[in-house]
Design a protein around this ligand. Structure first.
Ligand SMILES: [Zn+2]
Length: 195
């Protein structure tokens, strides 16, 4: 049997190999002691099982990284809640600084954690058939906050907020968008924004 070829040797090894689930449990220390002892003895001499465990280890290391709290996960994420339109919220928050008057539907109002968001959707006067959005964010630090308009997971346009929390988008195709506001430690999502 000294000249047994490698592939046959491999096949013989694999006959006595524990299955992948057992190997995995062994690796994670989940097997009872005597079962673990048997597999430890086998793994010590089986190149295939060693390789399988190495692969498992690499896989676990990869997923462990993504489970660690990242800077992203320390960010407060708020889903903006649409408030009913009406004079009351409007008088509390005002309208965006450069909003045009005479829009009888009034701005769309949202509440997201500590932030209040007001969006005025209008026809873009400079681009026929296109829309513009005038936005105002109150209640949070608006320095270094970016507003992004997303359609089908693609960022269509992005701007930064001014000191007072104003921002605007122009030349937009009518449709349904998601608006995100992201700063150092907050992220606000306003979904299903129909313009
Ligand atoms: Zn084996």
């Amino acid at each position: 049997m000294a000249h047994i070829d490698d592939s046959l040797k491999a096949a013989l090894y694999r006959i006595t190999c524990p299955d992948s689930a057992t190997l995995g449990n062994f690796h994670l220390g989940l097997l009872p002691e005597d079962a673990a002892k048997l597999i430890a003895d086998h793994v010590a001499i089986c190149p295939h099982c060693i390789r399988e465990i190495n692969q498992l280890e690499a896989f676990l290391a990869e997923t462990a990284v993504s489970l660690e709290p990242s800077t992203v996960e320390r960010i407060k994420v708020w889903i903006a809640k649409r408030l009913p339109s009406g004079g009351q919220t409007r008088s509390i928050l005002g309208t965006p600084a450069f909003a045009m008057r005479g829009n009888d539907t009034g701005p769309l109002m949202y509440e997201a954690g500590d932030a209040q968001l007001s969006l005025e959707v209008q026809d873009d006067p400079e681009h026929l058939g296109r829309k513009s959005i005038l936005g105002l964010v109150l209640g949070i630090e608006t320095e270094a906050v970016a507003a992004r308009l997303i359609k089908e997971e693609v960022v269509i346009t992005a701007v930064t907020l001014d000191d007072l929390g104003n921002f605007s988008f122009t030349d937009l195709e009518p449709g349904t968008y998601e608006l995100t506001l992201s700063g150092k430690d907050i992220e606000i999502h306003a979904q299903d924004l129909l313009i």
